[in-house]
Design a protein. Structure first.
Length: 131
C-alpha cells in the first residue's frame, strides 16, 4: 500500500507539516527495496534520526506551551520508535527484504496517518489557540 502526503494530513503548523511530509517520503522508500539488510539498515537509521528530530520539535512545542496532553502524545511518539525498532530487528532475521518493505509501510504508515490526523491535529489546535 503506497503512502503519500496529501492536504488532508496538514495541521496548519508549517514546520510540523514539512516534517510530516518528509517522514512520509522516507517511509515510502521502504516499498521500493528489493535487497538485503544493508538497504534496510541505512533507511532505518535515517528514519529514526529524522523521527527523533521531528518528535523533539513537537515535544518542544508541547513543553513550552504547557500542552496538557504532553505525556500521552509523547507516549505515542515512543510507540512509533518501538514499531520501527521491531521492524529493524525483524530485518536482521531475513536474507532479503522482499515483501517486508510493504509490511513496514502498512503498519508504520497507518500509524503516521492516524497520529497526524488525531493527536497532531489536536496539538496544532492548541498551538494556534495559545499563540
Amino acid at each position: 500500500m503506497p503512502i503519500e502526503w496529501n492536504d488532508s494530513l496538514k495541521t496548519g503548523i508549517n514546520i510540523i507539516d514539512e516534517q510530516h511530509q518528509e517522514l512520509i517520503v522516507m517511509l515510502s522508500r521502504f516499498g521500493r527495496f528489493r535487497c538485503g539488510r544493508e538497504c534496510f539498515d541505512e533507511a532505518f537509521a535515517e528514519l529514526k534520526e529524522y523521527a527523533d528530530i521531528h518528535f523533539k520539535t513537537e515535544e518542544d512545542y508541547m513543553i513550552s506551551l504547557n500542552y496538557p496532553e504532553y505525556e500521552t502524545h509523547k507516549a505515542c511518539h515512543d510507540e512509533f520508535i518501538d514499531i520501527i525498532a521491531g521492524f529493524q530487528k525483524k530485518t536482521e532475521q531475513v536474507e532479503n527484504g522482499h515483501g517486508l518493505g510493504e509490511e513496514i509501510i502498512e503498519k508504520a504508515g497507518n500509524w503516521l496517518i492516524n497520529h497526524y490526523t488525531k493527536e497532531d491535529v489536536e496539538l496544532a489546535k492548541y498551538i494556534k489557540k495559545v499563540t
